[in-house]
Every structure is written in structure tokens, then in C-alpha cells.
Design a protein around this ligand. Structure first.
Ligand SMILES: NC(=O)C1=CN([C@@H]2O[C@H](COP(=O)(O)OP(=O)(O)OC[C@H]3O[C@@H](n4cnc5c(N)ncnc54)[C@H](OP(=O)(O)O)[C@@H]3O)[C@@H](O)[C@H]2O)C=CC1
Ligand SMILES: CC(=O)N[C@@H](CCC(=O)OP(=O)(O)O)C(=O)O
Length: 344
């Protein structure tokens, strides 16, 4: 397989290279840049020396068209123009940005403050939440890979909402991310002296993943709700933890909640439902494609606390994108993704 990566020098791109380098079906990886054509990738990232001593290519339709799979890991607003001319049965396009996730262009414009992709292209895009959409993903020429937070939130909540075990109208989701979630462009928010030894809340009631979470809950669990979702920046490099709170319906026990999650994911190798959460942390999935989930019922309040952890650049971005590619290419979905988490 010949792969093209646009936005290779960003964090999502770097992680795609790390994972695809060890993928047994990948023969060639071409890296594309909008700003550094001709420069050596290993000069920019010395850790890739001897592994990836190739020059970055300028983005052009002919070179991208020669790839079997094109991953785009670019800021919002880029792929809405870049990818439509490349759509073809001949290749698979996998977009890691939010440009094709939201079905209503007005909603995209409102939350991303960018011009949306043409509606007829948005309609062709398939949402790549792997464990919930495998049949559509298999056929998709244009795939919208989910956002990092929505991946962790949806994998943990969809089974419980779909099976009507928790009341989604009362749902509150509290999410925390490491700094790599913000990409490799330095900003005031990610400045070491303001991130280290600090904990901040950001984009209160204004995060662009709110409509994505609501849309997917409607699509996969058939519930139309508005969620309360808050995001925090934690002084660590990788990792997302989401903690969600919702009342359970009458008569529902903790065993019902755990059984529901376990049954849903019994054939999903990357979702691990933990019986016990005395130790439950982002490091248990660090560098891996796992999403770990736990649920506990507070009998005093009759509210469930649902926790999930992912590595934002693996299951939240590059790993899930490759899992989707594997499905599209009719490979085992774990191919090239069986890394053991880096715990220490
Ligand atoms: N980081 C994360 O944890 C996650 C990120 N995402 C999403 O994935 C996308 C990539 O994220 P991330 O890698 O973190 O971002 P980065 O900012 O780290 O990298 C983005 C890359 O895009 C390229 N780029 C910038 N402008 C353009 C342009 N106009 N045309 C083409 N390429 C451009 C740049 O490379 P060059 O200058 O070489 O072209 C840059 O390195 C984003 O949309 C992000 O929201 C999704 C899930 C998780
Ligand atoms: C820590 C941090 O800043 N995280 C980013 C994740 C952005 C992202 O992944 O954006 P799209 O997937 O919607 O393109 C944020 O919260 O905006």
C-alpha cells in the first residue's frame, strides 16, 4: 500500500508515521507539507533519522492521487477544500480534522468559525467511530475520523444511552486532556510556564466537540439531547480522561451497567471494560490504541459515574484512523496497532 500524509509534521502526522512505519501492509509513505517542501523530515525530527530520511513533498493533486490512502492531519478549514477533488473509488481519504464530521454546515460554521465544506461532500463523508460504524467505514471513500474527546466520551456512553440504562437528559461530562491535544504550534495556553504545575478549564460551553458528541448520540443511540461538556488542560503530554455523570433509570444496578458495556465491546479488541478502578489512569493506555472504560453506581444519589481513558494522539487520532484504514482494506482491524501501553 502507498500512503500519503498531509500535515505530516504535526502531532497527528508524527503519530501516523510512527504507527505506519511498523504496519506490515505499508510499502511507501509520502509526506506532504504546505510550508517546507524539499526539506528532510529527519532534519526536522532527528528521532526519525535512519527511519525516515526522505524529503517532504509539496501538496499537489497528482502526487496525492497516486496514493492508495491519504491521511490529512491538518487544522480545521484545510481539508474542506483539499480533499473534495480527490474523492474517488480508487482511494481512501481519511481526515483527522473536524471538517467533515458535522452533518449540518451551519453547525460547523457556528462552532469552528470557518467556512464549511460543500454540503454534497459532507453528505458523502462517513463518521469513523470504529466500534460503532464498521459497516459504513468499510465502504467509505471519505472518512471523518472522530475528535479526540468525542472518541473517549462516546465509547463510554453510547452503550448505556442506547440500552436506556442512564438518563442522558441529565448528563454532565467532565473532560481532561494533555497538551499534545492542542497540536505542535506553540501558544500562550500551552506555554510551559503557564501549563506546568497548573490546571486550567477552557472553552466553557463553547467547545467544538459538543455538537459532534450530540450528533453521534443521536445517530448511534437514537437520543436527541443537549450535553454539558467541559474541558480542562492537564500538565502532561498525552492522554484524555473523561468522567461523566448521569442518573440511572429505576431498578438499574451497577452489574447491569458493567454487563452492558462488556457485551457491547466483547468483539472490540481495543475497548477494555475494567471491573475494578482502584487504579485507573491515562498511563494505562499511553502510546496504545486502547480505550479503557469503567462505570460505578453511587447508590446514595442513584447516579452513575462513567470514566474512560485514551491516548489522544493514538485512539483519539492516528491509531483510530489506521484502525479505520485496516477495515477499509479488509485487514484485521488490529494490524500494526498492537502496541503495549508505555506505563513507566
Ligand atoms: N493532537 C491531537 O490530539 C488531535 C488532533 N486532531 C485534529 O487533527 C488535526 C491535526 O492536529 P495536530 O497534528 O495536533 O495539529 P498540528 O498543528 O500539530 O499539525 C498540523 C499540521 O498541518 C499542516 N498545515 C498547517 N496549515 C496547513 C494548510 N493550510 N494546508 C495544509 N497543511 C497545513 C502543518 O504542517 P506543514 O506546515 O508542514 O504543512 C502542521 O504541521 C487537527 O484538525 C486537530 O484538531 C484530532 C484528534 C486529536
Ligand atoms: C488540549 C486541546 O487544546 N485540545 C484540543 C483538541 C482539538 C481537536 O482535536 O480539534 P478537532 O478534532 O475538532 O479538530 C481542543 O480542545 O480544542
Amino acid at each position: 500500500m502507498k500512503i500519503g500524509i498531509v500535515g505530516a509534521s504535526g502531532y497527528g502526522g508524527l503519530e501516523l508515521i510512527r504507527l505506519l512505519h511498523q504496519h506490515p501492509e505499508v510499502e511507501q509513505i509520502d509526506l506532504f507539507t504546505s510550508s517546507e517542501e524539499g526539506s528532510m523530515f529527519s532534519a526536522k525530527y532527528p528521532h526519525t533519522l535512519t527511519l525516515y530520511d526522505r524529503a517532504l513533498k509539496g501538496i499537489n493533486e497528482d502526487s496525492l492521487s497516486s496514493c492508495n490512502v491519504v491521511f490529512a492531519s491538518t487544522p480545521a478549514g484545510v481539508t474542506s477544500e483539499l480533499l473534495p477533488p480527490l474523492i474517488s473509488e480508487e482511494r481512501r481519504l481519511i481526515d483527522l480534522s473536524g471538517d467533515f464530521r458535522l452533518k449540518d454546515p451551519a453547525v460547523y460554521k457556528h462552532w469552528y468559525k470557518k467556512e464549511p465544506a460543500p454540503i454534497e461532500v459532507i453528505e458523502q463523508a462517513t463518521y469513523g467511530l470504529t466500534e460503532w460504524n464498521r459497516d459504513a467505514i468499510r465502504q467509505a471513500c471519505l472518512l471523518a475520523n472522530p475528535g479526540c474527546y468525542p472518541t473517549a466520551v462516546l465509547l463510554s456512553l453510547l452503550p448505556l444511552i442506547k440500552e436506556r440504562l442512564i438518563d442522558p437528559t441529565q448528563l454532565v461530562i467532565d473532560a481532561k486532556s494533555g497538551v499534545s491535544g492542542a497540536g505542535n504550534t506553540p501558544s500562550q495556553m500551552t506555554h510551559f510556564s503557564e501549563t506546568n504545575e497548573n490546571l486550567s478549564i477552557y472553552k466553557i460551553h463553547a467547545h467544538q466537540h459538543i455538537p459532534e458528541i450530540e450528533q453521534a448520540i443521536e445517530q448511534f443511540a437514537n437520543a436527541s439531547i443537549a450535553v454539558t461538556f467541559t474541558t480542562h488542560l492537564v500538565p502532561m503530554t498525552r492522554g484524555i480522561m473523561t468522567t461523566s455523570y448521569a442518573p440511572v433509570y429505576e431498578g438499574i444496578t451497577e452489574e447491569d451497567l458493567l454487563n452492558c458495556l462488556q457485551e457491547t465491546y466483547q468483539s472490540s479488541p481495543f475497548v477494555r471494560v475494567m471491573q475494578d478502578a482502584t487504579k485507573f489512569c491515562t498511563k494505562q493506555v499511553y502510546g496504545s490504541n486502547f480505550c479503557d472504560i469503567h462505570v460505578k453506581l453511587d447508590r446514595r444519589t442513584n447516579r452513575a459515574t462513567i470514566i474512560s481513558v485514551i491516548d489522544n494522539v493514538v485512539k483519539g487520532a492516528a491509531g483510530q484512523a489506521i484502525q479505520n484504514m485496516n477495515i477499509q482494506m479488509e485487514l484485521d482491524e488490529t494490524t500494526g496497532l498492537t502496541h503495549v501501553p508505555l506505563f513507566i
